[in-house]
Design a binder for this molecule. Structure first.
Ligand SMILES: *Cc1c(COP(=O)(O)O)cnc(C)c1O
Ligand SMILES: [Zn+2]
Length: 406
């Protein structure tokens, strides 16, 4: 070991993303407490403190906890872990008709606990909540977040209540129940789940860990940005494609790059960030191309990419800001194209990706064809989850009555 002292978090406070108001880290927090603001909160760190060097990291275990200092959990004894993070970055080697002159990489998050990148966020939220003395949690979920919350709550010996749309594939309902959570099926979308979850949370004193309405899931998700930089030897890709639902990943990765620059571990170069959405729920896509700073509610029903059925992300303004600041883009993909992209990646690259990840492959091909992606560029696609949990959606892919692109 090259580092001599125990690694300690340099977490200092929470700061509102919009008005900058400081929130104490010793209390459970949700969003900005200024009634007129209510924006999301960012965890802030003291990067001038005794922090490790890039070289120190080499000796650390391959999990997201290798970035220990830049995570919000103060006392190691509160860490609830199931082995999350440090997922592989795999080059596309066979589907070369589409990658000629480009370097296309897939960061494969499917090997995380419960089969998706949601493990990163919920691992951090539950660990920090344990540190703050919270014991019962509620989540509205399109599927993967509910499974991840349930698993980490089970490991921590805490209570989970999961609100899921009825149209969620069976694997998601089954896993949450197996992990001992209460599963409540809602006849509606994730916004409907959110309203009900919110009401019951208030009535029962449960803590709501909805996307970006508590600040620590973001800290778990930002580790994807740390890993991407480290795994590319501290060079960031030219383009990152991200399947955007609530947007924690895209905001988290962007936050990570800012922190890495403060640490002096990367320079000022940033990837162009691309938010990929499902045609059923593409409010970010529409707002981006209309140059609007907020999105409007949109839901046209079932999509095989459940995780993308978010009609109006809470942090839509921040997602759009990241797209603008990065000179990024947004692409909307229908279910039929998602399904053929999923089949192409499975057959061509041996990867059974989640439909959300498959949407990126289609979006990549479109951006490549249009010339938006240039020769010599490195493009990274985040496959956010495992396809296995969506087997119902994939086998039963005939159009549903409420499907947007029929
Ligand atoms: C939740 C989810 C998404 C969307 O993630 P956000 O951070 O909410 O944008 C994408 N893919 C999968 C597999 C998911 O479970
Ligand atoms: Zn504020």
């Amino acid at each position: 070991m090259s580092s001599t002292k125990a690694s300690q978090s340099v977490f200092t406070h929470l700061e509102c993303a919009h008005c900058g108001k400081t929130h104490a880290k010793e209390l459970p927090n949700t969003v900005c407490t200024d009634e007129a603001c209510k924006a999301i909160l960012y965890a802030r760190y003291d990067f001038s403190a005794n922090v490790p060097t890039k070289q120190d990291l080499k000796h650390r275990p391959p999990s997201l906890w290798r970035y220990r200092e830049f995570l919000p959990v103060v006392d190691d004894k509160n860490i609830v872990t199931l082995g999350e993070g440090f997922t592989p970055v795999l080059p596309v080697t066979n589907l070369t008709a589409h990658t000629d002159g480009k370097r296309v990489l897939i960061k494969d998050e499917s090997g995380n606990p419960t089969g998706s990148f949601k493990a990163r966020g919920l691992c951090m939220a539950i660990s920090k909540a344990k540190e703050l003395g919270l014991s019962a949690f509620v989540i509205p979920t399109a599927g993967n977040a509910g499974g991840a919350l349930s698993a980490y709550a089970a490991k921590a010996g805490l209570e989970a209540h999961v609100f899921m749309p009825k149209l969620t594939p069976r694997a998601f309902k089954a896993e949450a129940a197996l992990f001992g959570a209460e599963v409540i099926e809602v006849d509606g979308n994730i916004s409907d789940c959110g309203k009900l979850a919110n009401k019951l949370a208030a009535e029962n004193g449960w803590f709501d860990v909805s996307t970006l309405k508590e600040p620590y899931r973001l800290e778990g998700k930002k580790t994807m940005g740390y890993e991407i930089a480290e795994q590319l030897d501290w060079n960031v890709p030219d383009v990152i494609l991200y399947p955007t639902g609530g947007g924690t990943g895209i905001i988290g990765i962007w936050k990570a790059f800012g922190e890495l620059q403060q640490l002096g571990w990367i320079g000022s170069k940033r990837p162009r960030m691309v938010a990929v959405q499902s045609k059923s729920c593409d409010g970010i896509y529409t707002a981006f191309h209309r140059k609007e700073i907020r999105s409007t509610y949109k839901d046209e029903g079932f999509t095989i990419a459940n995780g993308l059925r978010v009609p109006k992300p809470y942090a839509d303004g921040v997602i759009l800001q990241v797209l603008r600041e990065s000179n990024g883009n947004s692409v909307s993909v229908g279910d039929a194209d998602i399904l053929s992209a999923l089949r192409e990646l499975a057959d061509g690259e041996g990867l059974f990706v989640a439909p959300e990840g498959a949407a990126l492959w289609h979006a990549y091909k479109e951006l490549n064809r249009s010339g938006w992606i240039k020769d010599g560029e490195t493009v990274l696609l985040l496959n956010t989850g495992s396809g296995y949990k969506y087997i119902d959606n994939i086998l039963d892919a005939a159009p549903r009555p409420d499907s947007a692109d029929g």
